[in-house]
Design a protein around this ligand. Sequence first.
Ligand code: GRF
Length: 194
Amino acid sequence: ARVVVLLSGTGSLCAALLDATDDPAYPADVVAVGADRPAAGLEHARHRGIPTFVCALRDHPDRGAWDRALAAEIAACDPDLVVSAGFMKIVGPAVLVAVGDRMVNTHPALLPAFPGAHAVRDALAAGAVVTGASVITVDAGVDTGPVLAQREVPVLPDDDESRLHERIKAVERELLVETVARLVATGTRGHSSR
Ligand code: GRF
């Protein structure tokens, strides 16, 4: 199956998916990696000769034009699945039409708890003793799509945001690799299965 990954940062989740695809038995190949900025994470793809693209909001007159440009970049890759792996933008209607229910997002909390861009900080601030990682289908909202997979991560008493986030990302990597394989193998998308 043809997978396109979108990222904004270091791309540790994208790297984990790329490592998984090194196994010929893994039922997916990453055909391109895109970003909304010249993100460091793109290097993981370049290093493997995988095409990359940057679709930056500031290169477009407005958000609608950016959304349409991103949709065109994604569609040009002819993906079976699009994976948002630390992609820090809310995609617009053009992308949603282009991907349908074939776009998933990984989030460092047990959705619906702690949606949004500061999930780890919010869980700590709320005094959560258990948090986790979620993989959801992307819809028009912010982290509101159907939950495809979740896994718990303990919060330790002396955790700070970065220590907890690293512990979550270790689980996110596993959960994402497993869930992408399940989705492309069974074609099950948009159905909630914990
Ligand atoms: C991940 O925890 C992702 O869920 C969140 O930001 C982090 C991205 O990490 N949105 P990386 O860029 O893959 O290292």
